[in-house]
Design a binder for this molecule. Structure first.
Ligand SMILES: O=C(CO)[C@H](O)[C@H](O)COP(=O)(O)O
Length: 225
């Protein structure tokens, strides 16, 4: 928890007065949001777009100003978490089920900063099952299509013994790969399968990765442009 807190709070150094921000989802960005709320109470002026109902509730409860995504064309900065990040800063996201809104928000952000503890930084993506958001209609068919197209085993995500439903009313298929050596190709191909809404690969999207270490230090990695 401490390394998540360190990473999450460090991201505040990139936030400036007057910015419009994207707020990610999860237990690391939680610390960013709590710290942001402290700064807002001290007078920082920001407007934020949230990536999930959970984040919206948290941010609103802490007095952060929220606006709908449709009210803006571009965000100055989005801060979000990740389930895995590789040296090229490609990511697996969606462990919390918010990948669709997270990707939409990231796609209109001038800069995407990822906050994560050191366990998330990997040489190659793929140990964490890749979350794929799928429509509920014909979900078993979509899962069969996924396992025909890729060397992966899709498992329907469950919560409290019933299928987990995303904020958008969809299911999640967690796809177990042994490795994802070519994330670019898989990322674009996956979304061509009918029934797939979006997948949790974020390719060439993150600009900066803030890694929180268990020894209390942070490490910053930046994507080469
Ligand atoms: O992608 C996500 C939610 O959809 C999260 O950012 C990801 O799962 C990381 O979460 P945490 O910071 O709790 O480890």
């Amino acid at each position: 928890m401490e390394s998540k807190r360190i990473a999450g709070e460090k991201a505040l150094e990139y936030v400036q007065d007057g910015m419009t921000l994207g707020l990610g989802t999860g237990s690391t960005v939680y610390w960013t949001i709590v710290k942001l709320a402290e700064r807002v109470k001290e007078g920082l002026r920001v407007r934020c777009v949230s990536t999930s109902n959970d984040t919206e509730r948290l941010a609103a409860s802490l007095g952060i100003t929220l606006i709908g995504i449709d009210r803006i064309d571009e965000l100055d900065l989005t801060i979000d978490g990740a389930d895995e990040a590789d040296p090229a800063l490609n990511l697996i996201k969606g462990g919390g089920g918010a990948l669709l809104r997270e990707k939409m928000v990231a796609s209109i952000s001038k800069r995407l900063i990822i906050v994560a503890d050191e366990t998330k930084y990997v040489d190659e993506l793929g140990k964490f099952p890749l979350p794929v958001e799928i429509v509920t209609f014909g979900w078993e068919t979509t899962m069969r299509q996924l396992s025909k197209a890729y060397p992966c085993t899709p498992v329907l995500r469950m919560k409290d013994n019933v299928p987990f439903v995303t904020d958008n009313g969809h299911y999640i298929a967690d796809c177990r790969f042994t490795a994802i050596p070519g994330p670019e190709r898989i990322h674009s191909e996956l979304n061509t399968i009918p029934g797939v809404v979006e997948n949790g690969l974020f390719v060439h999207m993150a600009d900066t990765l803030i890694i929180g270490r268990s020894d209390g230090r942070t490490e910053i990695r930046t994507r080469g442009r």
